[in-house]
Design a protein around this ligand. Structure first.
Ligand code: NAD
Length: 496
């Protein structure tokens, strides 16, 4: 055991304020997806190790919930300063384990920091409300109290940002936490947890266990865990939501996506092309808000198709730490094979591959999991591809005669994470905002990622639950309401 984050290849857990070597029987390599170099080895925690982390969190809860909110946010102010100092180091780690470019990793960390800033307002955000004289001499008050131990289970595509959708809010509202990061990108989380500890978050308040599905399920089932915050693919989100529900626990489970952008003929085509290209191919298409289907309306079809193919073919693909690289590899070799076989299936079903990024090789990084920007045109509405989350740099083009047809296309999608419209018409924009069946709407925006003081919404199979991540929803999710009705008869105060 030690108090400093381990530098060896074998990643430790963080339990009760200490870095603890894992005795897990199973370990995975963590490769750099650009070079295939093994960066670390991650343990798949046994139930025993997970239980120890939950017990540490449970033991820390009584003192932490009694700590005034004003005192609970002081470590967050220090954390914000530490994150600003360490942002380059954290971003480099994210690029190494996830593959996105350094600039993308840094942008991700900015979003993380934003959540720390918002959670510093907990003394205001956590307030309840009250009313005197709900009946004669009777007053009623609603107060918010923390839940206890909460589990946070995060995915591979935003190793730096997504833990921050939950940790600052959970901790500042007085809960204690066990974080289980994705076993595919566990290194940024080590640094993040170390910074929380450095900032003065007391031992046991934030714990980290490394692991996969078994560790996640052990957390969800543990009787001391009161709530589960989850982000990942839809099948996993659905399973976690069902499991938490069966255990009588609240859960917020964000799932996968298949995001549409509708391009109207009156859009500023140059701007639309640039922004849609960034959205579809940025982070190698592995954002949950990446545009993956562009629906062109009327005359937009031809001009957009040519412009996007031209713009995407110019993107410089390579190792995200190298100067000038605009797109990194996908997360793994398995992911590359999966993406390439889906493109092949699309082609077999009649789509035209107008830009083919399969079989990509990047000089100097021959072992990397690279897929270059790929564009499929004329994807049939009935094709499997229209409903499958490809999760790679692949943009499908479909065509609609008018906005009605485009909206009907969106309506059929099982997902509802984001929908965007490019237009110069206010009326079309209003209609789209009103009718588009998705939780995050972009108007002339490619990645409509809500700021930390708005909920990261998501509808249909992209989200299971009621309260979303971030902002006020975070506060609601991590607290329980208590209502107090009080009567103090006059005679009780007579003696004073
Ligand atoms: P994933 O589902 O493979 O894993 C996510 C996390 O869940 C990991 O920590 C993993 O260990 C755990 N896990 C996997 N299966 C589980 C199960 N059956 N029960 C409990 N835990 C389980 O996802 P990923 O590939 O790491 O991440 C990419 C996915 O996440 C994409 O589908 C993407 O769209 C989605 N995502 C969604 C949002 C959103 O806000 N909706 C944000 C980011 C990523």
């Amino acid at each position: 055991m030690s108090t400093a984050v381990a530098t060896s290849l074998q990643l430790p857990h963080f339990i009760n304020g200490e870095w603890v070597e894992s005795a897990a029987g199973e370990w995975l390599d963590v490769p750099n997806p650009a070079t295939d170099e093994v960066l670390a080895r991650v343990p798949l925690a046994s139930a025993d190790e997970v239980n120890r982390a939950v017990e540490a969190a449970a033991a820390a809860f009584p003192a932490w919930r009694r700590t005034p909110p004003e005192d609970r946010i002081q470590p967050l102010f220090r954390l914000k300063a530490l994150l600003e100092t360490e942002i380059d180091d954290l971003s480099r780690t994210i690029t190494q384990e996830n593959g996105k470019t350094f600039a993308e990793a840094k942008a991700e960390m900015r979003r993380a920091i934003e959540n720390v800033e918002v959670a510093c307002g907990i003394p205001m955000m956590m307030q309840g409300y009250n009313l005197e004289d709900v009946a004669r001499g009777i007053d009623e008050t609603m107060i918010r109290q923390p839940l206890g131990v909460v589990a946070v289970i995060t995915p591979s595509n935003f190793p730096g940002m997504i833990p921050f959708w939950f940790l600052p809010y959970a901790i500042a509202t007085g809960n204690t936490v066990v974080l289980k990061p994705s076993e595919r990108v566990p290194m940024a989380a080590q640094k993040i947890v170390e910074l929380f500890a450095k900032a003065g978050v007391p031992k046991g308040v934030l714990n980290l266990v490394n692991g996969g599905r078994v560790a996640a399920e052990t957390l969800i089932d543990h009787p001391a865990v009161r709530a589960v915050s989850f982000v990942g693919s839809t099948p996993a989100a659905r399973a976690v939501y069902a499991r938490a529900g069966a255990n009588g626990k609240r859960a917020q489970c964000q799932g996968g996506a298949k995001n549409h952008v509708v391009v109207l003929p009156d859009a500023d085509m140059e701007m639309a092309t640039q922004i849609i290209s960034d959205s579809a191919f940025g982070c190698a298409g592995q954002r949950c808000l990446a545009v993956s289907v562009a629906v062109t309306v009327g005359e937009a079809q031809r001009s957009f198709r040519e412009a996007i193919a031209e713009s995407a073919s110019r993107l410089r693909v390579g190792y995200g730490l190298d100067e000038g690289v605009q797109m990194g590899p996908v997360i793994s070799q398995q992911s590359k094979s999966r993406i390439e076989s889906l493109v092949g299936r699309g082609k077999d079903e009649g789509a035209k591959v107008i830009l083919d990024g399969r079989g990509a090789k990047v000089s100097g990084y021959e072992q990397g999991s690279f897929v270059k920007p790929t564009i499929l045109d004329a994807v049939a509405a009935t094709s499997e591809l229209t409903d499958t989350e490809i999760f790679g740099p692949v943009l499908s083009l479909v065509h609609a005669d008018d906005l009605d047809e485009a909206l009907a296309f969106l309506e059929r999608s099982p997902y509802g994470n984001q929908a965007s419209l490019f237009t110069s018409s206010g009326a079309a924009a209003r209609r789209f905002r009103y009718e588009a069946p998705a939780g995050n709407i972009g108007i002339n925006i490619g990645v409509a990622a809500p700021m930390a003081y708005f909920p990261f919404s998501g509808w249909k199979d992209s989200f299971f639950g009621i309260m979303h991540a971030q902002g006020r929803d975070g506060v609601e999710f991590f607290t329980e309401k208590k209502v107090v009705v009080e009567r103090w008869a006059k005679e009780h105060s007579r003696k004073f």
